[in-house]
Design a protein around this ligand. Structure first.
Ligand SMILES: Cc1cc2nc3c(=O)[nH]c(=O)nc-3n(C[C@H](O)[C@H](O)[C@H](O)COP(=O)(O)OP(=O)(O)OC[C@H]3O[C@@H](n4cnc5c(N)ncnc54)[C@H](O)[C@@H]3O)c2cc1C
Length: 405
């Protein structure tokens, strides 16, 4: 991994990138095989050493403010850091970022009351509690979250919650779930104001963990199916105002999509690096792969894919950092970047032959991840509709799209 300072970035961002790269390239990537061997004493020791190294370097929990033990580096620096972290699938947990806990931490920081922070956020940050986010339902389209049918009804000083959720990542290990609930049905209430996120301890009577839904043949992601059958929690477990659930989900997903895209870019760089190196070592039909024009085409097309995906993502991040409306650009990168990653990783797999689809190297995991991202966090089609809607709205108002932005 070669990371030179980017001349247009400030010193601090370049320093964070360099320090992150030093750990990822020299201490994580060379140990990837050992890091997967859970249960071996050497593995436990290695994870502990890496946690210490990250903490000593001051790079722990970059997504959290300083008052919560994080780096407090804000949105744009974190986006740049994500690009480097993405070189290894082990970096995020080693740097203290564990989805969906990290997303739940940010939502609790923004919407939580002091009591909720004490009870749920602090243990989540300390690692003594686990959490999940339960929004998607098997019988409703997740791509239209306003269709959610899980209901929370007030009864005295409690919410009574009933519904069916699935795909809640980390649900099996979770001590609490943040559950997206319908709390209003009245037709005079705006559709965006009918949902509320409610904190539900997973040991509550009526909270039934059904199973882990296997994804790509693996059940170890613990993408849980849950039935909530008259679960009772105190009214003060609502996160934010009643009806703020949709907005809280948007807050979570908006910045998250930029991070996911920078993460895709970093993974693409690693796949590219692996592909180029392999092409310079592997001899087929009387010559190295690098001398074959098909393979040169793969290299060139992948370079173009990565650079264009990266520029689009950085531009979107900069618009967000300025506090401007980035919704159209978020949708644009959400479609373009995972699709670019899909193509780049596909080519890298092809160059590696059977090794490419084996679990000996990380390409197959990246491939599954890229494919999944095209439907998670809002499927491509939904984002295309949003882009067209935003653009057409401007033109219908008699204006043109502002190409200066
Ligand atoms: C690995 C993984 C982890 C996940 N983790 C979580 C989690 O932690 N918590 C959680 O709540 N959810 C989670 N999800 C669920 C995810 O957010 C949903 O799968 C996603 O929102 C899509 O919803 P759906 O599966 O119900 O698809 P549907 O809404 O049924 O959509 C199916 C397809 O219909 C098409 N489509 C949709 N709308 C339109 C349209 N208007 N026009 C044309 N075509 C359209 C799209 O191609 C779409 O892919 C996870 C999913 C995966 C795969």
């Amino acid at each position: 991994m070669q990371i030179s300072p980017i001349p247009t970035l400030d010193n601090e961002t370049n320093q964070i990138r360099a320090m992150t790269a030093e750990i990822v390239a020299n201490h994580i990537i060379p140990n990837e095989h050992q890091l997967t061997r859970f249960g071996e004493p050497e593995t436990t020791k290695l994870w502990a050493e890496l946690f210490n190294r990250v903490k000593k370097s001051g790079l722990w929990a970059p997504h959290l403010p300083e008052e919560y033990g994080g780096m407090g580096i804000g949105f744009l620096k974190l986006a740049y850091m994500n690009e480097i972290l993405a070189w290894s699938p082990f970096s995020n947990p080693i740097f203290g970022i564990m989805a969906p806990n990290s997303g739940n931490q940010k939502i609790l920081i923004k919407y939580g009351t002091p009591e909720q922070k004490k009870r749920w956020l602090e243990p989540l940050i300390a690692g003594t509690m686990q959490s999940c986010f339960a929004m998607t339902e098997p019988d409703q389209p997740g791509s239209d979250p306003r269709s959610i049918q899980t209901k929370a009804v007030r009864d005295g000083d409690e919410w009574v919650i009933s519904g069916h959720k699935w795909m809640a990542s980390n649900a099996k290990r979770a001590d609490f779930a943040i559950v997206m609930c319908r709390t209003e049905d009245a037709s005079d209430v705006d559709v965006n104001g009918r949902m509320t996120q409610i904190i539900v301890p997973t040991d509550s009577p009526g909270f039934n963990y059904v199973r882990s839904v296997p994804i790509w043949g693996h059940a170890n992601g613990h993408h849980g199916e849950i039935i909530l059958d008259g679960v009772r929690v105190p009214l003060e477990n609502a996160l934010g105002e009643q009806g703020s659930g949709h907005q809280a989900a948007q807050d979570r997903l908006g910045a998250g999509r930029v991070y996911h895209c920078m993460n895709c870019v970093g993974q693409m760089w690693r796949a590219f690096d692996m592909m180029v190196k392999r092409s310079m070592e592997r001899e087929v039909h009387g010559g190295l792969l690098e001398t074959k024009q098909f393979i040169q085409g793969f290299i060139a097309e992948s370079y173009i894919d990565i650079q264009s995906a990266r520029l689009m993502t950085i531009r979107c991040a900069e618009i967000m950092e300025q506090g401007l409306d980035a919704r159209t650009d978020i949708s644009a990168i959400k479609i373009a970047v995972p699709a670019a990653m899909h193509r780049v990783v596909d080519r890298a797999i092809q160059v590696h032959g059977a090794l490419g689809v084996s679990s000996e190297i990380p390409l197959e995991g990246m491939y599954r991840g890229a494919r999944t991202l095209r439907l998670a966090d809002g499927p491509d089609e939904v984002h295309k509709i949003l882009i067209a809607k935003n653009v057409l709205k401007v033109y219908r108002n008699g204006e043109s799209w502002d190409f200066g932005l």
